[in-house]
Unconditional design. Sequence first.
Length: 226
Amino acid sequence: MEVQAQKETDFPERTFVYNYRIRDLYKRTAVSLAVLADENPEWYVSTYLDKLWGCLTVFRFPTVKILEYRERWEELEKSDNPFAVVVMAHLKTTETKGSAGTRRQWKLSLTKSLYRRGFEKQDIINLYRFIDWIMVLPKELEDAYHQEIMEFEEKEKMQYVTTAERIGIEKGERIGIEKGSLRKATETAKNLLLLNVLTSEQIAQATGLTLKTVEALRESAKHGNA
């Protein structure tokens, strides 16, 4: 699969080259799929053509143009395919360039919709991370977004996503590392352990504690001695 985010004249040839090199190396027939994620509605390619002195090479490959799904929004909303969310997030990221407030509203809407689609827990986490990565917001709006998602998670009793992970790491860095206080770093580590969303390595990195110390705190918490 080849994802192309902007118009490129040699894209069909590159797709052809990848295909025949795979065939040549593994002696297997390969399927090349193209996803056009650019913003040019006039650009659509699905064929590579080369000819010389009567010798003709034609290579056709399936192509999906993400922009075309703007007209199929209702279909995307009803779909239980995780890639429908990926397409929706990409479209709204493109449409909301220069409008952070509108992007925040769509980011909230798409994140909350993950729970209504019947996805597995890991799918929700992965899609949340993708939405959070692609739909970038100014810090003030980003903080407001995460606060609303945290409240939504608590209300719905579905603490699947990684809001707590991000906030926990930031809090750990601020209290444990910047202030350099072992006591406060330890308390921060204990609080992060209670969230049960971070690995010991992540907590150690966030608080400045050693991995051995974090593991000891985790064992202590398991036995109710923290």
